[in-house]
Ligand binder design. Structure first.
Ligand code: M6R
Length: 624
């Protein structure tokens, strides 16, 4: 939801900012804009549409060279994706420029107030009020950081703000509440960004800003922090603030396409490594689990009598699978709930409830608000997250990081598989601590988990027929997905991938529900993907779905069957058969999801869609 970059240093600010925006375009791509301080003034350019439109504009109408600048790539909330609504927003004198991620809830009253004082606001955005308020404050105090503090105290809602003022040409100021902002420290330069990907090409040294903090980057040979640039962090009232420094443990190649046409293709291919990395260091030589980061004491975990998993989108599907593993292995009742619904239904939570919040980005506002609600009720919160230092793990009691590396494509792939691994680890750890599984039983599952990376690799090696099939279905309007037990969330995930990438009507159903209504949708040649559980698991589950395949085929469906190697029972009823390696029932989603990712990616490509940046979406959803 909007990417923000700020820079002060010795390089061309415009080049650094535009390069940073390219890395953040996954966060929003409705419009983009930049502002640089040069020659005693401020110059800005902004354009509706993708960053490439802004780049063309900058070729035709270059900005003066300057060493301080800010930039923004937008996912529209208030006001459509037009040139005028694009960020940065300026005050009437054109001396202040501000970029924003989030929603300022009281913007209407602030706007009315400004209008009364004679300000002319030209956009439909909530952000523009900030530029005008900053200009007013600056005219009385002459200090941009202090102006930012004064203005932040007047704002309600969620915001990351980054601003520059022509009268302070060596300063960039940022502020954050409920929305991400990190500082990058280079040699004689410093960066502000929504995500470290924006500056990873220049430095791997970062500072994580806390909630309700303002940061000032000032080019100043006397300063501390990076040589020649001082970094000062305060709260909204000016009291010095604490901020954690950390080293970014991946390099810029991880955020590049590396020869693939799309990030999504690269991220699908990275799954074996991501799975292996997420297991790394979490299993001791004897095969038991050592989850050192789970700082909730074992004594507390032994008292847990209820687990609630909260998440959105793909992470929610991982949570649905987590529920089945948790209940089976620990016998603790577990619910999985959409984070966006959770706090509105008055959930029953107490100190013996463990809430597991799953989020790739660690910034999803629905999940953040749900976890805050859970903590207010006294529940313990464990985050499963892929983004070091993001808000969700910081506000949780404990975190288990997935080690997927940066996921840039909007459609989640490797994050999903690693979320599953992390959830299986949590479930097994609980079983180990509470003694609901014997040590050898835990080790058996761990051995199977350790074999998954190779199995995913094998699936990836056999995907050409899936790609061919996807291309042959490019003109279809509807695809249905069926599954049972863990196959049901996989069916939902397959449908979600197809919706978001191919813009097709795609729906996932629990196979048993079909006869209660959705079977009426089946018509001649309708593609239906069926995820078949292992025949070596519960045979009744397998037999039932084989019957379901026959029922839909009898009504004309074109069946696309995903089944384990050696499962011969499905062969007579499969118009297309996709084989996956034999994997225990509960772990099967780790292999059965992969063909669905490839299928959706190829179908979207065949339909000419933008795979990495599907329409209307953004990678990180920082508004409710
Ligand atoms: O960053 P999060 O895991 O919290 O994001 C949750 C969803 O927005 C995300 O999984 C979304 O559904 C994906 N784009 C689906 O591919």
């Amino acid at each position: 939801m909007c990417g923000i970059v700020g820079y002060v240093g010795g390089q061309s600010a415009l080049d650094v900012v535009v390069a940073g925006l390219k890395r953040l375009e996954y966060r929003g791509y409705d419009s983009a804009g930049v502002a640089v301080l040069a020659d005693g003034g401020l110059a800005a350019a902004k354009k509706a549409g993708k960053l490439v439109n802004l780049e063309k504009e900058l070729v035709g109408r270059p900005l003066p060279a300057g060493a301080t600048g800010i930039g923004h790539t937008r996912w529209a909330t208030h006001g459509g994706p037009t040139d005028t609504n694009a960020h940065p927003h300026l005050d009437n004198a054109g001396r202040v420029a501000v970029v924003h991620n989030g929603i300022i809830e009281n913007f209407a009253e602030l706007r009315a107030e400004l209008a009364e004082r004679g300000h002319e606001l030209v956009s439909e955005t909530d952000t523009e009020v900030v530029a005008h308020l900053l200009a007013e404050s600056f005219s009385s105090c002459g200090d941009l950081a202090e102006s930012m503090r004064l203005v932040c105290r007047r704002l309600d809602g969620a915001f990351t703000l980054v601003a520059v003022h022509a009268d302070e040409p060596d300063v960039v100021v940022g502020a954050r509440r409920n929305s991400p902002l990190v500082v990058g420290l280079g040699e004689g330069e410093a960066f502000l960004a929504s995500d470290v990907a924006a500056f990873i090409a220049y430095t791997r040294s970062a500072i994580e800003l806390g909630q309700d903090q303002v940061v000032e980057l000032r080019r100043d040979a006397e300063g501390g922090g990076a040589a020649g640039v001082s970094v000062a962090v305060t709260d909204f009232h000016g009291a010095p603030g604490e901020a954690r420094s950390y080293h970014i443990d991946w390099d810029s190649s991880a955020a590049e396409k590396g020869g693939y046409d799309y990030f999504m293709l690269k991220e699908i291919a990275e799954q074996p490594k991501a799975v292996a990395d997420t297991l790394l260091g979490r299993i001791d030589p004897a095969g038991s689990l050592t989850l050192d980061e789970v700082r909730i004491p074992d004594s507390v975990l032994r008292e847990i009598d209820k687990i609630v998993v909260i998440a959105c989108g793909t992470a929610f599907h991982a949570g649905m699978i987590a529920k089945l593993a948790i209940e089976h292995w620990t016998r603790i009742p577990c619910e999985t709930e959409l984070a966006s619904e959770f706090r509105y239904r008055d959930p029953i939570l107490d100190a013996r409830t463990l809430v597991i919040a799953i989020s790739q980005s660690g910034e999803t506002m629905d999940t953040l608000m749900a976890l805050r609600h859970a903590r207010e009720q006294g529940a313990k919160v464990l985050a499963v997250c892929n983004t070091n230092g993001s808000t969700i793990p910081r506000e949780s009691d404990a975190v288990l990081y997935t080690h997927a590396g940066p996921e840039v494509a909007v459609a989640s792939t490797k994050a999903f598989l690693t979320q599953l691994i992390a959830c299986y680890l949590v479930a097994l750890y609980l079983a180990q601590v509470r003694g609901s599984k014997w040590g050898d039983e835990v080790r058996d599952v761990v051995r199977e988990l350790s074999a998954v990376a190779d199995r995913v690799e094998r699936v990836l090696e056999t995907m050409e027929p899936v790609r061919e099939l996807a291309r042959s279905l490019a003109d279809k309007n509807t695809v249905l997905f069926l599954g049972r037990h863990v196959g049901y969330p996989v069916a939902l995930e397959g449908a979600l991938k197809l919706k978001e990438l191919a813009y097709m009507h795609a729906e996932g159903f629990a196979a048993g529900e079909l006869k209660h209504g959705p079977i009426a949708l089946i018509e001649k040649d309708l593609p239906v993907v069926v995820v078949v559980p292992s025949p070596r698991g519960r045979s009744v589950l397998h037999d039932k779905i084989v019957s379901n395949i026959q029922e839909i085929r009898a009504r004309g469906a074109r069946t696309i069957v995903i089944a384990e190697e050696g499962d011969e029972a499905v062969v007579p009823y499969a118009d297309h058969l996709i084989r996956i390696p034999a994997t225990p029932t509960l772990l099967q989603p780790l292999v059965s999801t992969v063909p669905l990712q490839v299928f959706a990616c190829e179908l979207a490509t065949a339909r000419g869609n933008e795979v990495d940046q599907p329409r209307n979406l953004a990678k990180s959803v920082t508004v409710e």
